[in-house]
Ligand binder design. Sequence first.
Ligand code: MG
Length: 374
Amino acid sequence: MPRQTSEHIPELRKIIHVDMDAFFAAVEQRDRPELRGLPVIVGGDPNGRGVVATCSYEARRFGIHSAMSAARARTLCPEAIFVRPRMEAYREASRQVMAILRSYTLLVEPLSLDEAFLDVTTATANGTLAVDIAREILGRIHRETGLTASAGVSYNKLLAKLASDWRKPHGLFVIPPERGFGFLGPLSVGKLHGVGPATVKRLAAIGVETVSDLRTLSRETLIAHFGKAGAWFYGVARGIDGRPVQPSRQRKSVGTERTFSKNLEDRSIMLVNLEEMAVQVAVRLKSLTLAGHTVSIKVRFPDFTTVTRAHTATEDIVTTDAISAMLPELLDRSVPKAASVRLLGITVSGLVHVQAGSRVAQQMSLLDEILIPR
Ligand SMILES: [Mg+2]
């Protein structure tokens, strides 16, 4: 009989992870029927330095995946159809999906436009099963948006997220409390939340490849090797994850960046690009009714070293002019004379809400957004 310690007794929460299937590409295939059934790649220019944002399942069969260079994707599948992203369409679909999720619980934590955690512990207190809620959500998303999603149901975020990936696309998978420990055992350690490629390598070097392997290391050993993260690894290897679903993920910054197909050498052209980005950032701040206090610029050089330089002001930064005024000095501080750059970006952080001249704590406004479904 397997040893059952108190650590193995799962919590009694009910968590659902909902993840849209090939989201950007699916929106394109929904809106342009001629693209259905074809390898569709949403992303940057395959003739430049663009990357794949999302690709359809038809394209995945060629080994194409997100974050791959668009040029590489075209080599793998020359007949693929490249589509530039239409963020406004994706945001609209995302708003619809999040509104559906919020009709079941206010404890919805979006991780990006196309995925979210829900804590339905309260919603199931009357005997309703979490799996039935998840099934209904998938049905409603399909009927109301014409898109498909997958869902995972379990007793914490770690397992709910792994479960949503298990039967993709348009899948539903449940990992009940008594199965969590067994489900995790054969998985490779890289599937665990917080175990990145560098950790995978370090663990492989000592013969640890699966979660079962990881369980052979004591908590003390893991902490000795990985510090605080070691304690986390010890827990997740046993299906322990106490992270709450946090509905008010606060926006920390507004920014944009550009990678140039040809490195920029001329300082005045760098400045023109930064000023154009300042316009975009100011428009975005205005639409979110936000003001910032810190302007940062990010510079990446041809050898991929990256620097950021920031300037903080006491007054609210809202307008293009206020951002632009800081750019020449920030550029001087980050780019040495005669240096060329491959990427430039601007970020405004230290955000506060501004409404009709008065400031409201951003937290309050986000709370409104959660409580008053759009
Ligand atoms: Mg997705």
